[in-house]
Write a protein that binds this ligand. Structure first.
Ligand code: GLN
Length: 380
């Protein structure tokens, strides 16, 4: 049987590829973004307890009530914004499913979708799956700043959606107030929706506070804001996240959500709701990762790599121009085989094959792993 592929250009994700190669060659894996330290035993105990207490059947399609209440409380504590627990919050099977569903909700055949690159890998294929056309806006190292006049020139009546990711994976960049205001000025007189991927929302450094589009009255009205408990609670394998959007958007979002996922793991939702009674869990996340970022930056200061700024997320980018001229993918593959360390080439996040000599390092790792990483990077 022959099947015409709906996504002929899509292969295996760079994250799976590099993780597999790392395993094959016994390399230290700082490629795929996931923590290698233990999950808080108390959180695991809570999941067990809710399972034993019988929370094992379908949850509400939109998420268990205690978790939606806790999410609303978190949004209030973090951004002083009220969100409606009935009509605006939907618990999803991870950030990626929320992104998929938000794109499915708005994108129709022939629509244009603006994506800033380097971009997380799931955006473009999902847009294409629903017949949309991706309009990439390439941002370049070292500061990846956005030329908003150029963005404005790309927006027309076909522009259905703009996707932003703040703070950004892989660049570690936070959008400033000017960026947010420029975005608002562009979309305010258009029919364009915004998808704000905020899965690293609480991981911001150097005294900055988390920022959400929910705090912007114009953007809040037309945005799907997406978050991830995998990142927040160091449990990427649990695949629980949520989407906050105004009632009209949420209503349509849920029509798709109910037929793809329907509802998310009940005991895990209950456990997260109880665990987050302590707001310190999210309020201290930036400090937790800032210490790891600083350790890594200081550790490789006298290596041959040049460190790029990381204002948020658990990623740091390093420039290897002083070591090699090789394209990023080849260089990254050689590092795995010869130097036993796996990193991600940021060219994988662009449509055009750029070579900026930059690799992404994930520092969501335990102290011993970071010690090893520093050692290996200093010997390259
Ligand atoms: N979000 C993770 C990263 O950026 C990868 C998740 C995945 O492997 N699909 O590394």
């Amino acid at each position: 049987m022959n099947l015409q592929s709906k996504l002929p250009h899509v292969g295996t994700t760079i994250f799976s590829k590099m993780s597999a190669l790392a395993q094959q060659h016994g390399a230290l894996n700082l490629a795929q973004g996931f923590p290698d330290y233990e999950t808080d035993p108390y959180l695991i105990e809570l999941v067990n307890r809710y399972m034993k207490d019988g929370f094992n059947q379908y949850a509400f399609m939109s998420g268990v009530l205690p978790l939606r209440e806790r999410i609303a409380e978190k949004v209030w504590n973090t951004h002083q914004v009220r969100v409606d627990i009935q009509d605006e919050i939907t618990v999803t099977a991870g950030g990626t499913q929320a992104i998929f569903t938000a794109i499915a909700t708005v994108v129709e055949k022939g629509d244009e979708v603006l994506i800033f690159e380097p971009a997380y890998d799931c955006y473009a294929p999902t847009v294409e799956l629903f017949g949309g056309r991706v309009v990439p806006v390439a941002l370049l190292a070292p500061d990846f700043s956005i030329d908003w006049e150029y963005v404005k020139s790309l927006v027309n009546e076909k522009t259905k959606l703009i996707i932003i990711n703040n703070p950004n994976n892989p660049t570690g960049k936070r959008l400033g107030k000017e960026d947010i205001n420029a975005l608002a000025a562009i979309v305010t007189s258009s029919h364009t929706f915004v998808l704000s991927d905020e899965v690293y929302e609480h991981i911001v450094f150097d005294g900055h506070q988390p920022y959400s589009l929910l705090a912007h009255p114009i953007l809040r009205e037309r945005s799907f804001v997406i978050a991830s408990f995998g990142k927040l609670l160091h449990v990427t394998g649990w695949k629980v996240g949520y989407c906050i959007a105004p009632p009209v958007l949420t209503k349509e979002f849920r029509k798709i959500h109910q037929y793809t996922v329907f509802s998310v793991h009940t005991a895990v939702q209950m456990a997260i709701a109880e665990y987050l009674e302590n707001p310190e869990i999210y309020l201290s996340l930036g400090d937790f990762f800032e210490e790891k970022r600083n350790y890594l930056i200081e550790g490789i200061q006298s290596s041959k790599f040049t460190v790029l700024p990381s204002q948020g997320t658990y990623f740091l980018n390093i420039d290897y121009a002083a070591i090699s001229d090789e394209p990023e993918l080849l260089f990254a593959e050689r590092l795995i085989v010869e130097k036993k360390i796996a990193l991600i080439p940021i060219s994988a996040f662009y449509t055009e094959n750029l070579n900026q000599h930059i690799l992404r390092v994930c520092f969501a790792k335990k102290a011993e792993t970071l010690v090893q990483a520093v050692d290996l990077l200093n010997n390259i």
